[in-house]
Structure formats: C-alpha cells, structure tokens
Design a protein around this ligand. Structure first.
Ligand code: TRP
Length: 334
C-alpha cells in the first residue's frame, strides 16, 4: 500500500516497434488502472540485453517507449514512469532472489525454452534467470497487482512462489502479487494469420499495425487483412480473421462486438475493412501527435526521467534494505 492505494507494477521491453496489439491489449488498460492503483510502469531495459542489442538503438528505443507511455495518457506525476536500469535495486534484489530459485524451476519456463531455441548462438545466464529479474521488479515495489499477458503467467507464478518461499523463512517481507488479466476481446491477432498474436517481432509487417503507421499504411494493411470466403459479418471462432477485425473495431470505438456486428449487418468485408482502418486511425492519430509533441520537449522528458527514477529508488530501497537485513547483510553505518 502506498498512500492507501494498492500498488501495481508492469513493464514493457523497448525492443521492436510497438503494435496496436500492445496498445489495445496493454497500454490502454494501464490507463484505466492508473486512478485506482499506485502505478509503477517501467521500461525494462535490463531485460532487453538478454538478447544482443545495438547500444545506440536500445537507448533510443527506451526513450521512445518512455515517451509513448506519456503520450498514451499516463500522467507521470501520478504514475511512476521510469527506466529499470536507473534503479539499481532491481539487480540487487534479483541477485538475492537468484539464491532462492531452483535451477529446476527455471528449466521449466516455456519462454526460456522458446527464446533459447530462437537465439541458439547466445543462450546466456541472463536469459535463463530473466524470470528472477522480473520477480525482483514486482516484489521490489510490494506490488499487489501485475497486469500481464497470458504468456507471462508462468513468470508471475514463479514470482508468487519466490515471495512465499522467502516469507516462510523470514516472516512477512513481500506482498504476494496477483495477476491482472485484461478484459477479453483485448487480445489482438495478426492481420495475416489470425491464429497468432499481433506481435512486434512478426517477420511479416502486414500482420501488425504499428503505433507509428501512417493512415495510408493502416488502410492498406486493413484492406489486405486475411478473412474468409463466407462473406457475411458474424462474430464467431470459425471466422477468426473477421472476428479479429470486429475486435479491433470494437476496441477502437468502445462498442461491444455485438454492436459492431449489428452496425455492419447485411454489409460485406469491403465496407468493414475501411471502417476498421478509420477507427484505428482515429485512435492512433492523436497518440502520434502527442508523441511527436512530447518527443520535441527534451527538457520535460528529462525531468520526468529524473524525478521518477528518484521516486522509484525511494520505494525500491525501502524493500531492499529490509530484505538485506533479513538475509544477514551487515547494517550500513551512517
Ligand atoms: N517480461 C515481460 C515481457 O516480456 C516484461 C516485464 C519485465 C514485466 N518485468 C516485468 C511485466 C514485471 C510485468 C511485470 O512482456
């Protein structure tokens, strides 16, 4: 609890270009949660170097992502928006938690297996212990809730296990976090293969709408979206491409899928697709404009980075000192 509010932690990696899926599935949810919770939204750059990065590119992307958080409407006075690497407590707590994590637990992580297969030439220890760093992120701020996608549930489960294990030995140190799974319908699929999630690492750029795509590109991608030969507008699993378009339209306009189906009753895909594009443009245009404005305001973004790193450090250090004391590190002499 901070000032009587429950604490929320989440983070995103600054790798790849964010997609409409990231926005509708995550960022937009973050906004609605920011009144109810004391929120920490991190740009988790320390996680990014588990795969090789170009340094200048990583720095640029990290700043862009941080700017985007704000452009999406997260007020940095209310939400702690900061770089993970600016708070050394993440690494310090991760080390301690590493000593409470079993190899067997990490061996079971499906994301590690996937990533190890994908980066066979660089299966480093950081990639292996990535979930422990993620646990440290969450536990450092005594988070009550963590909005995550399904793909991160296993990591969150590990986090809870580590927290409970630690608490069982040392007494109540960590808050046990709960997952916050966003509303159904917010999961956006690839426009080219609706069985796959819309992803920033998709090789086919037509599968994803990127947050910085211009209106022409958005229209083209929507028109090319894979549908089916049924030709009539229904909301069902047998027409996954169409269902995805309905989900996108609904999420962008605030309508329910049923309302969208009604609106397009008797019409064809040829009418739906440009309407989806228009709805997406309606959401992304103001976001892009705000992003462009903020990007130019170097002093403002710098001040956000500085102030929020201080705030994050304050809370992180509080937990860290407690943990260090529990495991038997000597007190600091002041
Ligand atoms: N691992 C998450 C991802 O790849 C990002 C992340 C890092 C995160 N630390 C976190 C998410 C803590 C939630 C909470 O998407």
């Amino acid at each position: 609890m901070i000032d009587g509010k429950k604490v929320l932690f989440s983070g995103m990696q600054a790798t790849g270009n964010l997609t409409l899926g990231n926005y509708l599935g995550a960022l937009k949810n973050w906004l609605t949660l920011s009144d109810e919770y004391e929120c920490f939204y991190s740009v988790v750059d320390m996680h990014s170097i588990t795969v090789r990065q170009d340094p200048a590119e990583l720095r640029k992307r990290a700043r862009n992502l941080l700017t985007l958080y704000i452009a999406a409407g997260l007020d940095p006075k209310k939400n702690c928006i900061y770089y993970q690497s600016h708070v050394s407590g993440h690494a310090e707590l991760a080390w301690i938690l590493n000593c409470f994590t079993y190899m067997g637990e990490l061996n079971r992580m499906t994301q590690f297996k996937d990533k190890a297969a994908k980066h066979a030439d660089n299966i480093n220890a950081g990639l292996f212990t990535y979930p422990v760093l993620m646990a440290a992120d969450i536990l450092l701020y005594q988070a009550d809730v963590v909005p995550v996608g399904i793909d991160q549930m296993q990591h969150l489960e590990l986090t809870r296990n580590l927290a409970e294990r630690f608490n069982n030995i040392y007494g109540n140190v960590f808050t046990i976090p709960e997952a916050y799974i966003g509303k159904v319908g917010a999961k956006i699929m690839s426009l080219q293969d609706p069985s796959k999630k819309m992803s920033k690492s998709d090789e086919n750029p037509n599968g994803s709408i990127y947050l910085m795509d211009d209106p022409d590109t958005i229209l083209r991608k929507c028109k090319r979206a894979v549908t089916d030969s049924e030709g009539c507008i229904r909301y069902c699993d047998e027409q996954p491409g169409l269902k995805n378009l309905i989900d996108i339209y609904s999420a962008c306009t605030g309508k329910t899928p049923q309302e969208t189906v009604q609106e397009f009753d008797g019409k064809g895909y040829g009418e739906l697709k440009p309407a989806v594009a228009e709805a997406v443009i309606g959401v992304l245009k103001p976001l892009q404009e705000e992003y462009a404005r903020l990007s130019k305001d170097k002093a403002y973004i710098d001040s956000v980075i500085k102030e929020n790193a201080e705030k994050a450090n304050y809370y992180a250090t509080k937990t860290l000192r407690k943990v260090q004391r529990k495991v038997g590190f000597p007190d600091r002499i002041r």
